[in-house]
Design a protein around this ligand. Sequence first.
Ligand code: SF4
Length: 462
Amino acid sequence: MRIVLADLKGRKGFVSKDTVAGGYGSRFKPFSKTTAWVHLFKRQYHDTPSVHLAYIAAIFAQSGHDVVFTAGGLVDGDLAIVLSSLVDYRHETEWADAMRTRGVRVGFAGLAASKMPHLFADHADFILDGEPEAAIGRLARGERLDGICKSEAIMDLDSLPFPRWDLITKARPLGIQLSTRPVGGGFPLLASRGCPEFCTYCPHRILAGYRARSVRNVVDEIEQMCQRARRPYIIFRDSLFSENRERIVELCDQIRARGLSVSFECETRLDRVDGELLRLMQAAGLRTMSFGVESVSPEVLKRVGRRPIPPKHQRQVIEHCRELRIVTSAFFVLGFPTDDWQSIAATIDFATDLSPTFAQFKLLTPYPGTPLWKQMEPLVFEKDWEKFDGFTPTFEHPNLTSKELMFLLGAAYTHFYMRPSYLANMFRLHNTVVRGWVDRMDRRVSARITRRETEIMGPVTC
Ligand code: SF4
């Protein structure tokens, strides 16, 4: 069979799918001068190919099928698999309709299709419910799929073939490296799937339970990448990369023992790293680490099942990263159910105080299938699923209006990125005289931003 794999380039704004928001995806549209810069940066560095489609490509190719990839064009074939998302589902279903009128059978894969099949059912011959590989294996062996098809999670992840990037991306030498992450991004790698934590708002843990590949299998994949590209840049897309400390120590040891020259980034919780582990990871190639801080308030976090991490430990880890020249990227969520103006203002202050290299602020979004969704469903007013993009208010917040939430979101980006100390940190200006001057400038700029905010919203406290 000739198989068409479609990871459609999102319309409007910067759309990320695949492993973002568990697969529901996000859409970032600039809404201020500061966010216009953030948007530009994301377009350059965050456009990464789909690891799930690369696995699907490998399974079909292993069974001798022809695989072709499209990011938008209509392509002739016998069967098409579309990577689904919530934020761009209309575009995906329109594309599926056009393919079906050409006589191609179409199936949808991914979290959005699994949890929201009614959005896709009228535009598909079949929908894969669950992680796709098991059902794709059946398709590749000649089984015909129709309707909603359960696809059981594969427990032994080592049994999967390695992703076939050559089939879903143009053979490229990983872009030009102007910063830590190369222009055009790097290659995602899943060393584990799911997450063992219990944050009630998180869509990363709702498709299947936590499983990890063996270290040897992961390093074999990295070695294969190194044979195909010089110093590949690997983006570990595990939800909690350093869940098991010994496993990561072994992974770093094996990368070095095999003499593999790689750079990589990962995402984790800050209570799962320490100075010694960071040094090992840095020596093995770690260049960027992302992590959720979410909120400064332990009470706010506990109400959504998230275990708070002491601020002192968070500061220490970020300081270690600075010393080791590891780029840090922190995630913050504004608008938890028990948040109010003061708690969000305190979170924004904490973000600037921690001063990671990058900060991403999002609004709390209740995603279907999460425990939070069950709790918040009566408050959800947004009917357009594409607006569940992480940056749009979707429910009646008990303490804040939608206008206030959007204002606070904009204020978070402005306060974080418009500080003179932000530039000073970027350029590593740590001289005492310069720092004193920068701190004074910070206070002046902050007062100016606050004056402008006060004109817009009345007196504010952030
Ligand atoms: S730590 Fe919490 S928010 Fe992060 S991936 Fe796990 S469940 Fe989700």
